[in-house]
Design a protein around this ligand. Structure first.
Ligand code: BG6
Length: 487
């Protein structure tokens, strides 16, 4: 598959085109692909939603979203006038058979006009409760049949637990072949996350020390200053463990811990990642307290502004027991990682907005320098900053300038913004282009999603069985609940 070439003619049907995801992320991403000349000449987006709006109103709505959220800034008139021709809107009831008959007709007419078949991409930007009906209906009208042209995109949350994820996979795999299914984890589309593969496998330098002999522990952190914003209704039924750890953080862990792939074939990469998930040591439910910590934010201060407690957020139960912070200590039982703890943690309303991975190396086997030289000594570490800064730092000891031998930790830095002046594509741009090009490497396969649920199920069950009495247990604007650092 040539992923450097433009995709062939494409129709994207977005279910839930009036929603937030389409407005903030998907349509601005498609627009940027258009600006960067990645879209084929023949291209159409069919927005479908329950809202009763006209084509023009839909186009205006998309325009406003692009002006607000696109990384390339406000749309220029000339570009917009050409782009808006690709946007079609249809008020639709996702449960009605007529909706799918309409889609079939529209695809047939358009392909006739274009003089040939096109990629048909069905993007489910909808609440999970619609997935079954949309997938089944697409199947009934025969739109899933063509294994190379028809593709379906599913957003997270992918299930609520292992059982519901299995059920969803069953529904999807009944109608579509696994090769047609694109389960999105948008973290995998981030430039700095894809770079983990390049850093590890395009350099001979790091691989020999990337194991239990040299690495003491690894920390993976996704800290957000944001609260739940307007997603209280969803988040209160999910919590940080489901919302962040089950997907984004475990995917980062897979990229850090996987074995070198033999090739860049999608299934080869996904097999190596799934191997990691299968090797994660199972946590006994009665021992969860040793391996996992949860928290919920209270009111506090973020960057000088007073913010509410989680329980006062719109859509959240005033007695909510849902965690907004979750951390886990994991071990990977294989030759490479035996005995090396992996700490994953994520929280909302924390003291900083920063996602990063720290690889902490073991201390030198023998300190030959006198104690006075090494007062400030620290073990080596590599930090991969995912966002907002996009950097990699290698920390090591250096001699401080002066007449004495005094050591000090210093950093060697690679900074994306300094090394490359070109803009960085948004994760959704990368992922949408991959869907159009039929490249599944950065998407989650059914077995991967289920293996990730398997890892967190004992914690979910233990937390459900044991109601937290101490919530809220961290003030907004702090590094999370007490004890999470010790752990
Ligand atoms: C989403 C979660 O998947 O990722 C959100 O549902 C979270 O709760 C978001 O805020 C973080 O993604 P990003 O790209 O903004 O760091």
């Amino acid at each position: 598959m040539d992923t450097t070439a433009k995709p062939t003619q494409t129709i994207i049907v977005i279910f839930g085109a009036g929603g937030d995801l389409a407005w903030r992320k998907l349509l601005p991403a498609i627009y940027n692909l258009y600006l960067d000349k990645w879209l084929p000449e023949n291209f159409m987006v069919v927005g479908m939603d329950i809202k009763n709006i006209t084509n023009i109103q839909f186009q205006e709505h998309v325009h406003a979203g692009i002006d607000k959220f696109s990384r390339s800034g406000k749309a220029k008139k000339k570009d917009w006038v050409a782009f808006e021709q690709c946007l079609v809107y249809k008020k639709a009831d996702f449960k009605a058979a007529s909706t799918y008959i309409y889609i079939t007709k529209l695809i047939n007419q358009t392909e006739k006009k274009w003089g040939g078949v096109s990629n048909r991409i069905f993007y489910m930007a909808v609440s999970p409760s619609f997935i079954e009906t949309i997938v089944t209906n697409i199947g009934s009208v025969g739109l899933a049949k063509d294994k190379t042209l028809s593709r379906i995109v599913a957003e997270k949350p992918f299930g609520q637990d292992l059982e519901s994820a299995r059920h969803l996979n069953k529904i999807l795999c009944h109608t579509f072949d696994e090769s047609q299914i694109y389960r999105i984890d948008h973290f995998l589309g981030k430039e700095t996350v894809q770079n983990i593969l390049a850093f590890r496998f395009a350099n001979a330098l790091f691989e020999p020390i990337w194991n239990r002999n040299y690495i003491d522990h690894i920390q993976i952190t996704v800290a957000e200053q944001l609260g739940v914003e307007n997603r209280g209704g969803y988040f209160d039924h999910a919590g940080a463990l489901r919302d962040m750890i089950q997907n984004h953080l475990l995917q980062l862990l897979c990229l850090i811990a996987m074995e070198p792939p033999v090739s860049f074939d999608a299934d080869e990469i996904r097999n190596r990642k799934t191997d990691v998930l299968h090797a994660i040591r199972e946590i006994e439910q009665q021992e969860v307290f040793k391996y996992a910590i949860r928290g919920q934010y209270d009111k506090g201060w973020i960057e000088g502004k007073k913010v509410k407690s989680y329980r006062d957020e719109p859509g959240v139960d005033s007695n909510s027991k849902t965690e907004t912070f979750a951390a886990m200590k994991l071990f990977i039982d294989n030759w490479r990682w035996q005995g090396v703890p992996f700490y994953v943690r994520s929280g909302k309303r924390m003291n900083e907005s920063r996602s990063y991975i720290t690889i902490r190396f073991k201390p030198v086997p023998h300190q030959s320098f006198p104690a006075e030289a090494t007062g400030n000594w620290q073990p080596n570490s590599i930090t991969l900053n995912i966002q907002p800064r996009m950097t990699i730092t290698l920390s090591f000891q250096a001699k401080r300038p002066g007449l004495q031998m005094l050591l000090n930790p210093v950093d060697m830095l690679f900074d994306y913004d300094e090394s490359y002046k070109t803009g960085t594509p948004e994760a959704y741009e990368t992922l949408l282009l991959d869907v159009m090009q039929g490249d599944t490497t950065l998407f989650m396969r059914a077995d991967q999603v289920e293996a990730a649920w398997d890892v967190i199920m004992p914690v979910l069950k233990a937390w459900e069985a044991d109601t937290p009495v101490h919530f809220p247990n961290y003030a907004s604007g702090t590094p999370g609940p007490e004890g999470s650092d010790l752990f």
